[in-house]
Design a protein. Structure first.
Length: 294
């Protein structure tokens, strides 16, 4: 069976792609590949200087715009300023197992950034999205659960990895309920998800992983290979709610393919409830009446 590589990304001329967190890691690779294929790529980054530095390795039509997913006012400002059509939105940015902290709006940092920030951004941009929304999750979602009684870790002792796993599970539940809503609205847009396997990105350089960093680095695939599932989810002929990941051992590395997800990530009732809670927390709702339909 022929495998997917960056060379299989078709011409993207005439398309606009927004990539969050595109100043490093798989986000930077994703942006670089799509720009080289002719897309107009918007790097949505928290640090403009780092974003501009990332463009040094890219060719094509590239813009850098500020977006802080840990601040809903920044998310709204970004969406208001981006008035033109967007063909593909890639929700790539994320934080992994930081010390306990909160977003500007008071949410636990990982849930607030990885899920709520992208939830708000997607719904604000949806009336202008024409093709696809790709959200980057993680194999860590299999260890996650959604604690609706304490989403923001206000009652329990904080466990950074458990909080990360919850946020990555939320990414997949968001994708599935988004696809359900798009289908009901008659929209041609599809929602997909991807995970990079074990990729040697900045996320693996967390101080909390320092004892196992040598082993992780040895086992991890490169940023270039880690970006392939995201690119596959963005451009390949796959169904709505499709989930792409590496095809190798334990989905840690290898060419991308459609992969499975945990039973919790397939729970439609939990996905629907999480969506409703996310609307309440962000003040952003699904813009069904504003969508382009088939």
């Amino acid at each position: 069976m022929r495998t997917f590589s960056a060379s299989d990304v078709p011409s993207m001329t005439g398309r606009t792609v927004v990539v969050t967190g595109a100043n490093s890691g798989i986000g930077r690779v994703t942006a670089r590949v799509l720009a080289a294929k002719g897309a107009r790529v918007v790097l949505a980054v928290r640090d403009l200087d780092k974003g501009r530095a990332a463009t040094a390795s890219m060719t094509g039509h590239i813009e850098v715009r500020r977006l802080d997913l840990a601040d809903l006012s920044s998310v709204r400002a970004f969406a208001e300023d981006l008035t033109e059509p967007v063909d593909i939105l890639i929700n790539n940015a994320g934080v992994m197992i930081p010390p306990f902290s909160r977003t500007a709006d008071g949410f636990e940092l990982q849930f607030g950034t990885n899920h709520l920030g992208h939830f708000a951004l997607t719904n604000l941009l949806l009336p202008r999205i024409r093709e696809r929304v790709v959200t980057v999750s993680s194999n860590a979602h299999k260890r996650g659960s959604i604690d609706f009684d304490d989403l923001n870790w206000e009652r329990r002792p904080y466990r950074a990895m458990a909080a990360y796993a919850q946020s990555k599970l939320a990414n997949l539940l968001f994708t599935s309920d988004l696809q359900r809503r798009l289908d009901q609205a008659g929209s041609p847009v599809i929602a997909t998800a991807a995970h990079p396997g074990l990729a040697a990105t900045n996320l693996l350089r967390s101080d909390r992983l320092r004892l196992v960093q040598p082993a992780l680095t040895l086992l991890a695939q490169s940023d270039d290979d880690g970006a392939l599932p995201t690119l596959y989810a963005a451009v390949a002929e796959i169904p709505g709610n499709g989930y792409a990941g590496p095809s190798g051992f334990l989905e840690g590395r290898g060419a991308p393919k459609l992969v499975g997800r945990s039973p919790r990530a397939q729970d439609a009732e939990t996905a629907h409830r999480l969506w409703e809670v996310s609307e309440e927390l962000t003040g952003v709702a699904f813009p069904g009446h504003l969508l382009h339909t088939t």
